[in-house]
Design a protein around this ligand. Structure first.
Ligand code: ZN
Length: 65
C-alpha cells in the first residue's frame, strides 16, 4: 500500500504576501532559505495585467534535503 503525498497549492487569495513573493513556503508559510523549488503557479486574480505567479516550497514540505 503506497501513499502518494500530494500537495495542493492554495489559491492566490489565500496566500500571504511572503508566500506569493517567494519568500515563504507556499504550503506551511515557513521562511525559505535554501533548497526551495518552484512547485507551481497561481493566477493572480486582480490587477492588470493578469499573470501567473510562481510559488515555492522548501525542504520542509518537499521532504528533500
Ligand atoms: Zn513548507
Amino acid at each position: 500500500m503506497t501513499t502518494t503525498k500530494e500537495w495542493v497549492i492554495p489559491p492566490y487569495a489565500n496566500l500571504t504576501w511572503e508566500q506569493h513573493a517567494g519568500r515563504n513556503c507556499v504550503f506551511c508559510d515557513r521562511p525559505l532559505h535554501q533548497g526551495a523549488r518552484e512547485v507551481g503557479r497561481v493566477r493572480r486574480d486582480y490587477g492588470v495585467p493578469l499573470r501567473d505567479v510562481p510559488v515555492y516550497a522548501g525542504p520542509c514540505c518537499l521532504g528533500t534535503p
